[in-house]
Write a protein that binds this ligand. Structure first.
Ligand SMILES: Nc1nc2c(ncn2[C@@H]2O[C@H](COP(=O)(O)OP(=O)(O)O)[C@@H](O)[C@H]2O)c(=O)[nH]1
Ligand SMILES: [Mg+2]
Length: 319
């Protein structure tokens, strides 16, 4: 970044809904320079009281399932209903190829041109803390800015979806009809954190298989989430033919009006923060020469590894 604005300029720009400044603030947050990070910390602290009004919705699914096409249409529908929308796309491949962003732009043409939408690919940085340490802060910025619906799109890769589900209120898993063994392809963990599974591409020749898939997911979810206070739903849609979207909107509205409590949001964020701290702690341990030397010493002189591991642990926590 060539020139950094002052803290006041960032805060003021966000309060006045200046998009150029929002974009700069996001770049600041994503920067890995120490001085930028310090300023970013202050910025987050300043804007935090302005947050809390946006619906935070995660949308996940493997590449090609139709996320961008879905978001283009569902995003436009959201805007027609009066929402202002931010879309943050976490795309691990974009840094390498740049290609999928281009593909996304062409699939989100209307949305990217619309004044009430803001689309931003989100870099994962060095990914300390999995998905979303930075995405979370970018989301807070967008919330403070005044977008009242935020989609966070990510490619389904397991552990990071669980993290994503913890920083969102409502987690949507997008699937497509397959060869009848859809359930084998997805990890239980992702299904477990899903509030809504949408079988996309329920059109044309795919329709019969989509219905079978819907049934399979409903069965799986009724077992996995038997104790959940929010009974997760499975819906069909076609992002190409633009069908099925009313039920999706109704489900989201039902969630926010009947089930959502601000406590849920805070609880999940705490779980996520704890996970990040544990990861950072692990990374620090692994990087510590002192600890590595101690481990080496014990391994070399070890006769009884298991009790030595206990002893090593005792020494680490008491040092
Ligand atoms: N038949 C059908 N094709 C779809 C639908 N939604 C997306 N596609 C196609 O699936 C491909 C991947 O879509 P894209 O939105 O880029 O998926 P993403 O990688 O998950 O973002 C494209 O060729 C889309 O035209 C749908 O509802 N029905
Ligand atoms: Mg895409």
């Amino acid at each position: 970044m060539k020139s950094t604005l002052s803290l006041e300029q960032y805060v003021d720009g966000i309060k006045k809904q200046n998009r150029a400044i929002l974009a700069k603030a996001i770049t600041l947050i994503e920067s890995s320079l120490k001085e930028h990070q310090l300023l970013a910390r202050e910025l987050i602290r300043e804007i935090l009281p302005l947050t809390g009004n946006a619906q935070r919705i995660g949308i996940s699914g493997t590449p090609g399932v139709g996320k961008s096409t879905f978001i283009e249409h569902f995003g436009m529908k959201s805007i027609e209903q009066g929402h202002t929308l931010a879309v943050l796309a976490i795309d691990p491949t974009s840094q390498l190829t740049g290609g999928s962003i281009l593909g996304d732009k062409t699939r989100m043409q209307k949305l990217s041109a619309h004044a009430d939408a803001f689309i931003r690919p989100s870099s994962n940085g060095d990914s300390l803390g999995g998905v979303a340490a930075k995405t979370f802060e970018v989301m807070l910025l967008c919330d403070a800015f005044g977008f009242d619906r935020i989609f966070i799109e990510s490619v389904g890769v397991g552990q990071s979806e669980i993290a994503l589900s913890n920083i969102c209120d409502f987690f949507i898993l997008l699937m497509q009809p397959g060869s009848g063994d859809e359930l084998q392809g997805i990890k239980r963990g992702i299904l477990e954190v899903s509030d809504l599974v949408i079988v996309n591409k329920a059109d044309g020749d795919n329709l019969p298989q989509a219905k079978i898939a819907k049934h399979d997911y409903e069965n799986a979810l009724s077992v996995l989430k038997a104790k959940s206070s929010w009974p997760p739903k499975v819906l069909l849609c076609s992002s190409l033919e633009k069908t099925g979207f009313e039920a999706i909107e109704e489900t989201i509205q039902e969630y926010y009006s009947k089930y959502f409590q601000i406590d849920f949001r805070h609880k999940k964020i705490k779980v996520w923060l704890k996970e990040i701290m544990i990861q950072q702690f692990k990374t620090k341990i692994l990087k510590s020469k002192k600890i590595e030397d101690q481990i080496d010493k014990i391994i070399l002189s070890s006769e009884d590894m298991l009790t030595d591991i206990d002893r090593l642990y005792e020494r680490l926590v008491h040092d």
